[in-house]
Each structure stands twice: as structure tokens, then as C-alpha cells.
Design a protein around this ligand. Structure first.
Ligand code: DC
Length: 230
């Protein structure tokens, strides 16, 4: 099969990463979680004291961007884990502290410029599945397969809540709902690379689809596209 790029965009907690990981595993592709990269930069900003009450000290963070190194290492379960300046930060970036200001950090054009360049390098040889908010619109506008994922607000909040509780987080469903809708609003309304559904993206509303059904449906599409490339 000819290697392709699969770009998955959509609102928060629509199951993008679950589907992307499964696709990458079946196809033997590399999975790249672009949201983790924005989360890692946010963690860096928090640790340096550049965020106060969800307000980011943009100038200070931008000056420090050259000192931020983001990489992925293979974890024992064969998924990849993100590292910030060599330190594994996979679980720290998933907490509410980072979630509460990641959209503000992601709206900074210089942060996006740095991360988009890295993401484009990772996709140079194709055979990647990348999920995020601007993958089909900005990072890989020529991706062979673009998906735009969505699901009802209640279902998304419940999914994220379950994930956080399973990780031992003390959070309420209301807190999760507020965080999701705030992030979706900022992510879709920012000036630089807002979350949009491109004309050539296939919409996948997975409110009532199992993971197996979604995977089967997308795999068929990926195989058709790949074989049509001759
Ligand atoms: O996918 P996620 O929820 O882990 O992403 C965290 C935040 O990062 C999300 O609220 C918006 C931002 N993000 C972005 O702006 N562009 C991307 N390609 C991926 C994520």
C-alpha cells in the first residue's frame, strides 16, 4: 500500500487520539499527538511561572521558545510518550492545570509556528496519523485523508471525566464540561489556525459508534485512497 497522511481534527474529547492510535497500529504508521506538543509547551510555561490565572505572559514565553525541546519516545506499551527537554511528562500534561490554559498557549502564533514546523518534518515520509485542530487545514493541507470528528457535548464530557477519574484525578463532571466548552470556543475562534472543518474533510460523528465501527469505517477509506494512488 502507498503510504498516506491521515489528518484527524475535531473538538476536544471526540475520541481522535483513540482512533488515531488504532489506525496507526493496524497500518504500521506513526501516530503523532499534536495536542500533546501544545500541552508540553504549556507545562513549560506553567513551570516557569509564565501563567497567572490562565493569563499567559506571552513575551516571556516567546523569548524562551528556543529552549524548549519536544520529542517522543517509545513507551513499554508501544505507544509513544512525550518528553519535554528530555523528561517524560505524559501524565503531567493531561491534568486540569495544563488543560485550563493550553488553549491560551496554543493561540500564540510563535508557539504554533514552532510546533507546526516540527509536525511537518515528522510527516515528510508520510505513513503518519496525526490528530489535532489544524492538521488538515494548516499542517498537512494536502493530506490524502482528512477526518473531522465530532460527538455530542455530554458524551464528550463523560468520556474525558471517565479518563481523568481513572487516572485518580479529583474532578467534577461540571468542571470538565466547562473546560471542554471553553477550550472548544478558544480553539475555534482564535486568529491563528482556528479549528475549522475543511471542505475536503469527512465528518465523523461518533456519538453512537463503537471504536471498532469507527476503525473499520476509516480503514476502508484509507485502503481505497492508498490503492487509488497506484
Ligand atoms: O488534543 P488535546 O485536547 O490534547 O489538545 C490540547 C489543546 O491543544 C487544545 O485545546 C487546542 C490545542 N491544539 C491546537 O491548538 N492545535 C493542535 N493541532 C492540537 C491541539
Amino acid at each position: 500500500m502507498n503510504p498516506i497522511i491521515i489528518a484527524i481534527d475535531g473538538y476536544s474529547s471526540t475520541g481522535k487520539s483513540t482512533l488515531a492510535k488504532a489506525l496507526a497500529s493496524v497500518l504500521g504508521y506513526t501516530y503523532i499527538d499534536s495536542g500533546a506538543m501544545y500541552r508540553a509547551v504549556t507545562l513549560y510555561a506553567l513551570r516557569c511561572g509564565y501563567v497567572n490565572d490562565s493569563v499567559v505572559k506571552v513575551d516571556q514565553l516567546v523569548t524562551k521558545l528556543p529552549e524548549i525541546n519536544i520529542s517522543f519516545v517509545l513507551a513499554e506499551d508501544s505507544n509513544s510518550e512525550i518528553c519535554l527537554n528530555g523528561e517524560k511528562v505524559e501524565s503531567e500534561i493531561r491534568g486540569m492545570e495544563v488543560s485550563n490554559c493550553v488553549s491560551q498557549v496554543s493561540a500564540i502564533p510563535q508557539v504554533r509556528e514552532m510546533l507546526v514546523a516540527q509536525q511537518q518534518l515528522m510527516g515528510k515520509k508520510k505513513a503518519v496519523v496525526m490528530d489535532g485542530r489544524d492538521i488538515g487545514s494548516v499542517v498537512f493541507p494536502n493530506a490524502e485523508l482528512k477526518l473531522f470528528m465530532t460527538a455530542s457535548e455530554d458524551i464528550r464530557a463523560q468520556r474525558r471525566y471517565n479518563e481523568l477519574i481513572a487516572k485518580g484525578s479529583e474532578v467534577s463532571i461540571e468542571e470538565v464540561k466547562v473546560n471542554l466548552s471553553k477550550r472548544d470556543y478558544i480553539d475555534s475562534h482564535r486568529d491563528t489556525a482556528p479549528l475549522i472543518q475543511t471542505n475536503d474533510a469527512i465528518v465523523l460523528d461518533n456519538s453512537h459508534l463503537s471504536q471498532k465501527e469507527q476503525l473499520h469505517w476509516v480503514l476502508e477509506k484509507a485502503k481505497q485512497i492508498s490503492s487509488s494512488l497506484g
